[in-house]
Design a protein around this ligand. Structure first.
Ligand code: SF4
Length: 284
């Protein structure tokens, strides 16, 4: 079997940064709460749990609500960022705050704040329910949130100054359609594409992947950037693709008649999970 590791792989800068911050905090503190998953990968969360980090997460609950469950100690804000309200609430509760927000997400917050204060109507493109969106939308209730073309049809903005930016881990291919549709509706709109470099490079590499019989995307189902890799491989490269958490999701029967396998992974996927899959494939 030929196995092509599609580069780049391994942690992106934002994930590396978040893990460095939380591991550094663990050296002097063992009462640490992560507000939501520090990054979207269960393997990493379980590892941090063993080291003493309690992750506070509950489906359907916002970061602001989850904060009610932390009454003392240190709270870490995840790489996805939090809204100013969360920051304020944590401060008022007297918690020791450690901010592991990715610098790319910080930049989106900064740009959004700047444009709101300059009188722009601001549009934000993202996936409903994702913590990164929750953080940005919490900046102001005046931000127009959209996820798809249908949402654009519902927009009714009367302002010469309109600004649009986006969640950092969207598909570079989907967002072009959305930007074009917005440009048609609002010709003077200021478009500020903030899909991060780590996401862009991985998606382009997958779109141009070498010919194969099967492509494997390794990631966590909660990871937006990993799920987009699956989408690009399937819909843009039009390759037979599977999405797996780790080697345990594979079995021999899946590889009948498969001679060439490409493998890629999300920006929050530990390299060891990819290495284990490659070792398994070599045994087939
Ligand atoms: S995927 Fe991009 S935005 Fe998300 S943590 Fe990594 S660098 Fe930051």
């Amino acid at each position: 079997m030929i196995i092509n590791r599609i580069e780049p792989q391994g942690y992106c800068q934002g994930v590396t940064n978040a893990l460095r911050i939380i591991n550094e905090a663990l050296k002097s503190n063992n009462n640490i709460y992560s507000l939501g998953s520090i990054i979207h990968n269960d393997h990493v969360i379980n590892d941090l749990k063993e080291k003493g980090v309690t992750t506070i997460e509950e489906k359907g609950k916002s970061r602001l609500e989850l904060l009610d469950k932390i009454n003392s100690g240190t709270v870490v804000f995840s790489a996805h960022g939090v809204s100013p309200l969360v920051y304020e609430k944590a401060k008022n509760k007297g918690l020791n705050i450690i901010d592991a927000t990715c610098p790319m997400v910080h930049l989106v917050h900064k740009k959004m704040n700047e444009h709101l204060s300059l009188g722009f109507d601001c549009i934000y493109i993202g996936a409903k329910g994702h913590p990164e969106c929750e953080g940005v939308l919490g900046i102001s209730d005046k931000i127009h949130f959209i996820s798809n073309i249908d949402d654009i049809k519902l927009l009714n903005i009367n302002n010469d100054k309109i600004y649009v930016t986006n969640q950092t881990t969207l598909s570079i291919y989907d967002i072009l359609d959305l930007f074009n549709e917005l440009k048609n509706k609002y010709p003077n709109i200021k478009i500020d594409d903030k899909i991060c470099n780590a996401t862009t490079i991985r998606q382009k590499a997958l779109a141009n992947q070498p010919k194969c019989d099967l492509c494997i995307i390794v990631g966590d189902k909660k990871s937006s950037n990993s799920l987009k890799l699956f989408k690009v491989s399937t819909l843009i490269a039009k390759v037979n693709t599977i999405f797996v958490d780790n080697v345990n999701s594979l079995n021999k029967d899946m590889f009948n008649g498969i001679n060439v396998v490409n493998i890629s992974s999300g920006a929050s996927t530990p390299s060891i999970l990819v290495d284990e899959i490659i070792e398994y494939l070599k045994t087939l």
